[in-house]
Design a binder for this molecule. Sequence first.
Ligand SMILES: [Zn+2]
Length: 504
Amino acid sequence: MSEQTKKVLDSFKTANRKIKSFEEALGVLYWDLRTGAPRKGMDVRSEVIGELSADMFKLSTSPELGEWLSELERKEVFASLSEIDQRLVTETRKDYNRSVLIPPKLYQEYVVITSQSESKWEEAKEANDYAGFKPYLDKVIRYTNQFIDLWGAGQTRYDTLLEPYEPGMTVAELDRIFGGLREQLVPLSAAIASSPNQPDTSFLRQQFDVAAQKDFSLYILQQLGFNFEAGRLDESMHPFATGLNPGDVRITTRYLKDDVTSALFGTIHECGHALYEQNIMDQLIGTTLCTGTSMGIHESQSRFWENVIGRSRPFWNRYYKELQARFPNLSHVSCDQFYRGNNVVQPSLIRIEADELTYNLHIIIRYELEKMIFNEGLTAAELPEVWNEKYKQYLGIAPATDSDGVLQDVHWSGGAFGYFPSYSLGNMYAAQFANTMEQQIQDFWQLVEAGNLLPIKEWLADKIYQYGKMRTPSELVQSITGQVLDPQYLVTYLTNKYKDIYKL
Ligand SMILES: [Zn+2]
């Protein structure tokens, strides 16, 4: 490597480290804002976040960064870089191109509009006032279309929106995957609904001591291998996980007096995100590669731990006694009752309250609508009607109000088009990884039943967590399972599970 290249590489890596430092600092500020910052300071804090974000944006679109990238991308120079530096160049280039193609003035307008649109959405959802929200949504769609023009469309215009959330994912691929999923999940959901063997859920509607819930959350985190020296658990309205660096990963949960399962499964879910972030290899620390590789893979980890493990029978065979010991009002509820009650399938209107099976149908509906908006020109005015039709078609129910329908999610108001598919991709990745795990980890389910969960965490750390952004989602799936993403694993997993629970 020439002296000149060394200098360029050094400048490039210093800039990257600075961007990562901004990310960490902003991460702490957001975390603080959502976990107990005094209300009176919130406005000033938002301004501080805005200013720092603008500085970070400037840094990540600077002409120097563009020059360094071009230099490092020269064939012979690139070949002389380490594997980590090569990936750092490739990933930074992707972000750079995306940001630098948007004129700063247009971006600023967009930030203002999405922020107004989010506040308007909150009001509109509260008041069931889609007409009031519609002009804002129109604007957000218009700006997003302008961005697609600037970025250049992929195979279709909507492809361009998928890339930042799930690199390499395309509409053609999602059509194949979601098509297969929908065809099989709709009849399975109908068979479940007409089964005479419906689980009893009455025991879930009791009062559960909050202190005991906290105690059990901490106990389960420790059982799952959450490293308390590199993380903490707090409370917030909407549970979330923030990976500042592998030595500082923070998760939150929410304790409800009348629902023990909200904190329980919420904590396990966020722990899955945390295990990923806590186990990224040291060599990536301080670079922008030190995070999960995509939204879908991140979600596969939270959902693997929450659903595949946390809602399994072997898990509760081991841990139900510990739960009962903390909640005497569960003493009359058998482990089987508890397991089945926590795995009820019921078509519902609200995505975030949906079960493991119908959840995917909520996502497919949103995917199909987003595709219609950007590829076929569906307008904000037409959305509610198509939304309701699709709910009728896929879930057999339609919302009586827009608040329970098209207005229920925040994503579109903030311009997060292309995000929804990640949730279902997470379920599919999780099922496919679990299938490989069952083959490669001896006595997999006996380990779960014995509460010996660390070998599972170590397997995931070895195959997924350590790599951070060093491998793309499709590289991970290929290298771990030897196949491309296949929805059949999720269908088989769900079919087996519910055949047993509903005695189909
Ligand atoms: Zn999640």
